[in-house]
Design a binder for this molecule. Structure first.
Ligand code: BDR
Ligand code: CA
Length: 306
């Protein structure tokens, strides 16, 4: 039976690939949208564009336009000012629903208790708000998979912080401290699972309409990866989605307690992992450390129609 996914996301170039993977293999009950990579207007528009590309009538719910407490810088310098590589795509015909994303998360999980897998690919603002409004939310969700954090302090937005957690640390704190068990795919795992650019670009050339769209929106980010001498193209949200869709692709994982630093002159937004059990706190996270690279890549190629 197909999994049914509720995806909270801030598309975003790698979010877009994760969504294509989801549509290729699962049912998508709804997309709830946060600000993050770029402003909320763009992330909602991009989510709607994606649903049109795959001819899905998935409802799209617009959520929080700002982090819960402090303003944060977006990642337009990576994803483009419009979040989709400034590829000049036409505007979508579809419109977002009027219900707020946090309320939709609560309602949809009430309607289908225990049936939905919740996938968080952006800052955790909408989830945190939903959890504050309804602390019973985790009991109605089959599984929560989060892309976020840097589990040994090698971040991408500051020295120790990863973007999704660093953009809204208070939201991440609410979710990490209030959700009994979740799976975490962090930035450092992402960096261990880069894909050779030549191979990736081969799929873009060989694939269908999904590959053509992805070719256009990822042009800028591929240039950025080349400049930064990244280990090929690194696709954080796609890696998280691979774990969602194929849990058996995980090769190494550790259960640990993870907390979020909210203060700190150098460390706000860092994920603090209790690797040695010093805190005495029960593990809240299953930290995915490695996946089967060939299975990960096969999922991406299939999602691009290559
Ligand atoms: C995360 O930050 C965003 O820029 C990406 O879409 C991904 O969700 C990686 O740190
Ligand atoms: Ca994202």
């Amino acid at each position: 039976m197909k999994q049914v996914l509720l995806i909270d996301t801030d598309p975003g170039v790698d979010d877009a690939l994760a969504l294509l993977m989801a549509y290729a293999q699962a049912d998508v009950a709804a997309l709830t949208i946060a600000a993050g990579n770029v402003g909320l207007g763009h992330t909602v528009t991009n989510a709607l564009r994606l649903t049109e590309l795959v001819a899905a009538d998935t409802p799209v719910f617009s959520g929080c336009a700002e982090p819960l407490v402090l303003p944060a810088a977006d990642a337009a310098f990576v994803h483009g000012a419009d979040g989709f590589g400034d590829a000049g795509l036409p505007l979508p015909q579809r419109r977002a629903e009027t219900e707020h994303a946090a309320l939709a998360l609560i309602r949809l999980t009430q309607e289908r208790p225990g049936q939905l897998t919740l996938v968080a690919l952006g800052p955790l603002t909408n989830l945190a708000l939903a959890l504050r409004l309804d602390p019973g939310l985790p009991q109605r969700v089959a599984r929560l998979v989060i892309m976020g954090g840097a589990v040994t302090g090698r971040g991408n937005t500051s020295v120790p912080a990863e973007f999704n957690v660093g953009f809204d640390p208070e939201a991440a704190h609410i979710v990490f401290s209030g959700w009994p068990q979740f799976e975490l795919i962090d930035w450092e795992a992402t960096m261990r699972h880069g894909i050779a650019l030549e191979r990736f670009e081969g799929w873009l050339a060989a694939g269908d309409a999904r590959a053509r769209l992805y070719d256009a929106i990822s042009h800028k980010i591929r240039g950025f990866m080349r400049e930064r001498k990244r280990p090929g193209i690194v696709l954080a949200d796609a890696l998280a989605m691979a774990v969602v869709l194929d849990p058996d692709c995980v090769r190494r994982a550790e259960h640990r307690h993870v907390a979020v630093e909210l203060g700190g002159q150098l460390t706000r937004g860092a994920t603090v992992v209790d690797w040695d059990g010093r805190s005495g706190k029960a593990a809240n996270a299953r930290i995915v450390l490695d996946v089967d690279q060939s299975r990960f890549e096969a999922m991406i190629a299939a999602a691009l129609g290559a």
